[in-house]
Design a protein around this ligand. Structure first.
Ligand code: UDP
Ligand code: MG
Length: 310
C-alpha cells in the first residue's frame, strides 16, 4: 500500500479551504490508501490560520506549516515537499483551480510507472487575457533560452514520485521555479490535460510584481544566456567592423569615393565597442561560473543502479 501527500500552499484562502478539504478528502478516501494533507500557510492575513487549525484538530491527516510572513508560493511548495512523507506527492492550489479528480488520474499514471505527472492546462477560465498571453509567451521564451524541455502550459499542479521530491529538495539555489527544476532533474515524465476552472472563491494573489519575481526565478538560475549575450554581440560587431574597415581600405586604395572621413567612424567606434562588449562578456562568464558554484546543484542525478551492493 502506498502513501500519498497532498501539498497545498495557501495565502489568504479563508473562503476556499473548507471547500478544498470537502472536495479532496472523499476522493482520496475512495482510494483506500494512506494519505496526508500538508497545508502551508504562506503568512496569510485573514482567517486561514484558524481554519487550518480547526481542520487539523478534527483530522490528524491534516498537517499545517504556518510561515512567519509571506514568502511566496514557490517557498510554500518547497516547504510542503520537504515536509511530505508520501511515496508520491501531489501539489495542488487551495482554490480548486486544480480539479481533485485529475489528481486521481495522476495517481493512476504514477502506478503505471511515471515519476512525474504534470497537469497541463487546456482551457483556462476566469483568467485575464493579459495573464494568459504573458504565460503563453513567457514559457515558450523560457524553453528557448534555458534549453529545458519543459512541457508547455503547465503550472505547479503535479504529482512527484519520492525520488523526484528528494532530487528537487537537494537543489541548493535560493530562487526557485519548481516547474523548471522538475524538468532539470529528469526522470520519466508525462502529463494529463485538464480544463482549468475559475477560482472557487476569492481572487488571484499574483500581482504584477509577484509575476515578475516568478519569471526571474525561471530565467536566471537556469540559463547564462543573459550573461553571455554581450560576448556574442561583441564578436558580431567586431566582425562587422573589421569587414567594414577592410572594405574601406580597399576602396581608398582604389581611389573610389565612399562617403568621406565621417564614414570611418563606424568601423573605428564599432571596433572599440566590440572590445568593450567582449571584455564585459568574459567577466560575465566568470560571474556565471561563480554562480554555478554557489548554486551547488548536483553534477548528475542517478535514476537507477544495477548490481551495486546496498
Ligand atoms: N499562494 C501562496 N503564496 C502567495 C501567492 C499564492 O501560497 O504569495 C498560493 C495560493 O493560496 C494558491 C496558489 O498559491 O493556493 C496559487 O495562487 P493563485 O490562485 O493566487 O494564483 P493563480 O491561480 O491566479 O495563478
Ligand atoms: Mg488560482
Amino acid at each position: 500500500m502506498s502513501k500519498y501527500s497532498i501539498v497545498v500552499p495557501a495565502y489568504n484562502e479563508e473562503k476556499s479551504l473548507r471547500l478544498f478539504y470537502d472536495a479532496v478528502t472523499p476522493l482520496m478516501d475512495s482510494l483506500g490508501e494512506e494519505y496526508e494533507m500538508i497545508f502551508v500557510n504562506d503568512g496569510s492575513r485573514d482567517a486561514t490560520k484558524d481554519i487550518l487549525k480547526e481542520l487539523a484538530d478534527a483530522d490528524k491527516r491534516v498537517k499545517v506549516c504556518n510561515f512567519s510572513r509571506n514568502f511566496g508560493q514557490q517557498a510554500a511548495l518547497l516547504c510542503g515537499l520537504q515536509a511530505a512523507s508520501g511515496d508520491a506527492v501531489i501539489a495542488m492550489d487551495a482554490d480548486l483551480q486544480d480539479p481533485p479528480e485529475v489528481a486521481l488520474q495522476m495517481i493512476a499514471k504514477w502506478k503505471e510507472g511515471y515519476d512525474v505527472v504534470h497537469g497541463k492546462r487546456g482551457k483556462r477560465r476566469g483568467e485575464t487575457l493579459f495573464k494568459k498571453a504573458t504565460a503563453f509567451f513567457y514559457y515558450r521564451f523560457l524553453r528557448k533560452i534555458t534549453g529545458l524541455d519543459m512541457p508547455k502550459d503547465v503550472g505547479d499542479f503535479k504529482l512527484y514520485d519520492r525520488k523526484v521530491v528528494d532530487a528537487i529538495v537537494s537543489l541548493g539555489e535560493h530562487d526557485r521555479l519548481l516547474r523548471a527544476q522538475v524538468t532539470w532533474v529528469g526522470f520519466k515524465q508525462t502529463f494529463i490535460e485538464f480544463e482549468r476552472p475559475e477560482r472557487v472563491a476569492g481572487e488571484t494573489h499574483y500581482t504584477l510584481k509577484k509575476m515578475i519575481r516568478l519569471a526571474e526565478s525561471g530565467i536566471f538560475p537556469n540559463t547564462d544566456y543573459t550573461l553571455t549575450l554581450p560576448i556574442k554581440l561583441g564578436l558580431l560587431l567586431g566582425f562587422a567592423s573589421v569587414a567594414c574597415l577592410i572594405t574601406f581600405i580597399v576602396l581608398a586604395c582604389c581611389d573610389i569615393a565612399f562617403g568621406g572621413l565621417i564614414a570611418w567612424l563606424f568601423p573605428t567606434v564599432g571596433a572599440l565597442a566590440a572590445i568593450i562588449l567582449v571584455c564585459q562578456g568574459m567577466a560575465n562568464i566568470h560571474t556565471s561560473m561563480i554562480y554555478r558554484e554557489v548554486q551547488n546543484r548536483p553534477k548528475y542525478i542517478v535514476a537507477e543502479k544495477l548490481n551495486f551492493e546496498e
